[in-house]
Design a protein around this ligand. Structure first.
Ligand code: ADP
Ligand code: MG
Length: 442
């Protein structure tokens, strides 16, 4: 028995979960409370339950964390209870702002965050039935991301924490994506996880493979692969732009690919054998092991070559103009404006991307003998990626988990969820912390 928290002046205790399979009583009982005045009665009831049933009881503080996310082109605010129940999750997307440019314009992103931040946070609190005063902590994305965009969220979070005298928690955006999976896993009946966990974080800005470990509420990560150039989502976005399909490209290609022949055009994805040049000159560390890096700028160039050799330029320009005239194009609009050759091209591109992501990830899983696989980030919303992972990982006997599609792309619920273990560890940041555009996850 070990003291974990001091609540309202009284000490509370918890018992650690030791595997007790095959017992008639519940293995694990987690009781949370919201009012300090209930601490003592709750603890007493648990003691009684423990002595009568032998069930392992864990008492944990029930924390409402306000999460704030502004790393790229989505302003997000959410209230999550104890890292597992989403009470609200508000996302103001800037897609309409960046659409005319075919990609995110950093300066415009910062200005949009400034405009959206206060109303989005207010809405998140109202929907959760919370107030500025009632939340237990404020969590904010520190990086990686666009420096100016990150600063908007960080400055607002600091101001709130200072004025309200609340603890402030800095969260790595990539850790947030991983906790989007954990958030939903914690809620499921069989929430137990087998470690080692391998997490593929694949979005518009990132393609990373991490080995993840948990000890005493401390999550640690080791990167065993990253993209050498374009991220996978970036490749989807650039190819869609190249084909006059608009922005963001991932969901559009996902929708259209189902109507094309994925074997029509052959694309090669890079097989990387040499170590990353950026690592050169650095002494080897004990972390050095096999790496599984990605590269997606080549496939984008291959699509460009195909467009040139097949003289698709005129048709692409016509499609671009037609789509610009439609406010919010639907899948039917995209289909009407895409001929067979484009559909086949899009399906073949997606198949190559999916196969490369799945095969490299599963090779890493075998090499490091992982027991559980997570796939998260915007591209994890891709239907072919999900079904291929499920099929191929299933054949290796490896359980694979994704966030729901809504939690795959950027949101603040994942930031508030990732902050919860830090809240339990009282890992709070001082007011002088700042944005880290290139923040690494460790
Ligand atoms: P960020 O890169 O800022 O972390 P997100 O996690 O929100 O962003 O991911 C956005 C990226 O995910 C974009 O590149 C988008 O094209 C891609 N994406 C979103 N949905 C899909 C999908 N269904 N298929 C493939 N890519 C997708
Ligand atoms: Mg993201």
């Amino acid at each position: 028995m070990r003291k974990v928290h001091d609540c309202g002046g009284r000490n509370l205790y918890h018992w650690e979960h030791r595997g007790t399979q095959g017992k008639a009583v519940p293995d694990l009982l987690i009781v949370r409370w919201t009012k300090n005045s209930l601490c003592f009665p709750v603890a007493s009831v648990l003691l009684v339950i423990k002595s009568f049933t032998g069930a392992i009881a864990i008492i944990m503080p029930d924390a409402h964390i306000l999460g704030i996310e502004s790393s790229c082109d989505e302003t997000g605010a959410a209230v999550v209870r104890s890292g597992q129940e989403i009470l609200s999750n508000v996302v103001a997307s800037q897609i309409a702002t960046h659409q005319p440019y075919g990609g995110v314009v950093p300066e415009l992103a910062s200005r949009e965050h400034l405009r959206a931040m206060v109303p989005v946070v207010r809405q998140a609190l109202a929907e959760a039935g919370q107030t500025y005063r009632s939340v237990d902590a404020i969590a904010v994305t520190q990086g990686p991301g666009l420096a100016g965009a990150l600063l908007v969220g960080i400055s607002f979070a600091k101001a709130l924490a200072f004025a309200l005298e609340k603890p402030l928690i800095a969260v790595n955006h990539l850790e947030g994506h991983i906790h989007a999976v954990l958030l939903e896993r914690r809620r499921s009946e069989d929430g137990e996880l087998d470690f080692l966990v391998l997490a593929l974080v694949v979005s518009g800005g990132h393609t990373h493979l991490y080995l993840a470990q948990l000890q005493e509420n401390l999550w640690t990560y080791r990167n065993i692969g990253h993209t050498r150039d374009d991220a996978a989502g970036e490749a989807f976005d650039k190819v869609a732009k190249l084909l006059g399909l608009g922005y963001p490209g991932g969901p559009i290609i996902d929708g259209l690919a189902a109507y094309g022949d994925p074997l029509a055009v052959k694309f090669q994805t890079s097989q990387i054998k040499h170590r990353d040049r950026r690592d050169h000159g650095q002494p080897p560390t004990e972390d050095d092991g096999p790496r599984f890096d990605f590269s997606y700028s080549g496939i984008k160039t291959a699509v460009l070559r195909y467009v040139e050799t097949e003289n698709l330029g005129v048709a692409i320009e016509a499609r671009r103009k037609a789509l610009a005239g439609i406010g919010k194009p639907t899948l039917e609009d995209y289909l009407r404006l895409s001929d067979r050759q484009i559909l086949d091209l899009v399906a073949s591109f997606q198949r190559s991307m999916v196969n490369d992501l799945v095969m490299k990830t599963l090779a890493a899983a075998r090499e490091y003998e992982v027991r559980t696989l997570f796939v998260s980030g915007g591209v994890a919303a891709n239907r072919e990626l999900r079904s291929t992972f499920e099929r191929e990982a299933g054949m290796q006997g490896l359980p694979v988990f994704f966030p729901s599609r809504a939690l795959s792309t950027d949101n603040a619920a994942m930031i508030a969820a990732a902050a919860f273990p830090k809240f339990l560890r009282r890992e709070f940041v001082a007011m002088d912390f700042s944005a880290e555009a290139g923040m690494a996850l460790r």
